[in-house]
Design a protein around this ligand. Structure first.
Ligand code: BGC
Length: 415
């Protein structure tokens, strides 16, 4: 079979600051993790101490054969108090970028991956009309300090996720669902806000928040482009393959419109859109349909369905009409052979999109290391590299070697 992958295709693994760095103490998420009644299974603590171990981590990733590393900057470290920028934190990220460049990895940099500074939450967070300009100011400072080393820029990570979580019944999405919820009430009390006004990026799914997200993305993109017009800029979306079984069509159409399509339409005019897919969400006559009988499931109990990636790349390319980078795709499992099979099927899906002429520019797996999976804590294992949390010892799994070899060979299995 002819290799459909272009030579400059990005083969990578991804992380996000809060999930790997450790001690992100000025962030809103750290604050939520430590509240009475928190919905987080455990606090993030030291995470995998990537803040200090980034150099050996990046060397490990490069040594496995990858050509790209996607990571995020922590706004809470860079601007720990409103208007006060930390040159030390910016220097830190400059060293991270230098390590990528020295080791031959294209750095794909996310400016905002779920976490914000706590002060932003206090000032109205992701439902406040001032947030886009504050985000743009932060992007400008980052670009002034680091812009020359960034390979690809992602503004916001998964601005559409809360709208999917709301459909799945996770508390905090709608303003009403925060009222009476112990964690949101405790947050409101400490911040001097009513619980319904506590708008963290990961959970707030109101219409106000949609407008704030869109404006922040655009203002951030313009700030980045003002410093480096040729830098490729986009946002990255949570693209579930939304399907219906008999009786669920209307529901599926509504959710697909709300969660996928309007965000893809809003991406038109960007340089690329990041597609992040884990599986499918199926609706039936009674709402969410259960996984088909006998289907293999991941550690969260969801059906393992790697075919979703191909479908969502096609959906994204059709609606957004711009190039696609797969910025996340992966599986939570203790069984790494299952992960290899999943990655293989997903990469086959990418190859088939490329063969049909769809402009896909990279495949970046989630995630480099077993890490802090947000409200689920350290239980789910998405990593291609295992980490012993007691010793911080890293051990690549067979899936890391498998995908690294794909990167080197730029070939996909024909089976
Ligand atoms: C996020 C990651 C997360 C992953 C697995 C995506 O929603 O961007 O931060 O760990 O999915 O759930």
């Amino acid at each position: 079979m002819t290799n459909p992958f272009p030579q400059d295709f990005l083969w990578g693994v991804a992380t996000a600051g809060h999930q790997v760095e450790g001690n992100n103490v000025n962030s809103d998420t750290w604050f939520l993790e430590h509240l009475p009644g928190t919905i987080f299974a455990e606090p993030s603590g030291d995470a995998v101490d990537h803040y200090h171990r980034y150099r050996e981590d990046i060397a490990l990733i490069a040594g496995l054969g990858f050509t790209s590393y996607r990571f995020s900057l922590e706004w809470a470290r860079i601007e720990p108090a409103e208007g006060h920028f930390s040159v030390a934190a910016l220097d830190h990220y400059r060293h991270v970028l230098e390590a990528c460049v020295e080791l031959g990895l294209t750095p794909v940099v996310t400016f905002h991956h779920f976490t914000s500074p706590l002060w932003l939450l206090r000032s109205g967070g992701w439902e406040d009309s001032r947030t886009p300009e504050l985000f743009a100011r932060y992007c400008d400072r980052v670009m002034a300090h680091l812009g020359d080393l960034i390979g690809v820029a992602c503004t916001l990570n998964e601005p559409n996720l809360p709208y999917l979580l709301r459909e799945l019944g996770i508390p905090g999405g709608s303003q009403e669902s925060r009222i009476g919820n112990p964690m949101w009430e405790a947050a409101g009390q400490r911040l001097g806000l009513s619980a319904d006004r506590v708008a963290s990026f990961q959970f707030a799914a109101s219409e106000e928040s949609f407008n704030v997200r869109l404006a922040a993305h655009r203002a951030g993109r313009d700030a980045i482009k003002a410093r480096r017009p040729e830098l490729q800029v986009g946002w990255t979306l949570a693209n579930s393959d939304i399907q219906a079984v008999d009786g669920g069509q209307e529901h599926a159409d509504r959710v697909r419109r709300e969660v996928n399509e309007r965000f893809l339409e809003a991406s038109r005019g960007d340089d690329f859109v990041g597609v992040q897919t884990y599986g499918r969400t199926v609706f039936g006559p009674d709402g969410l349909a259960p996984a088909p009988a006998g289907a293999a499931t991941n550690q969260m109990g969801e059906e393992i369905y790697p075919q979703a990636l191909e479908a969502t790349i096609r959906e994204a390319a059709r609606i957004a009409e711009i190039p696609v980078i797969v910025t996340e795709n992966g599986l939570a499992t203790e069984d790494d052979a299952q992960r290899v099979a999943y990655l293989e099927a997903a990469v086959d899906g990418v190859a088939s999109c490329l063969a049909d002429g769809i402009d896909v520019r990279g495949y970046i797996a989630w995630t480099a290391f077993d890490n802090y999976e947000w409200i689920f804590g350290y239980g789910p294992k998405f990593g291609l590299i295992a980490v012993d949390l007691a010793t911080q010892q890293r051990t690549p799994k067979p899936s890391a070697y498998w995908l690294g070899r794909q990167a080197q060979a730029q070939l996909v299995p024909t089976a």
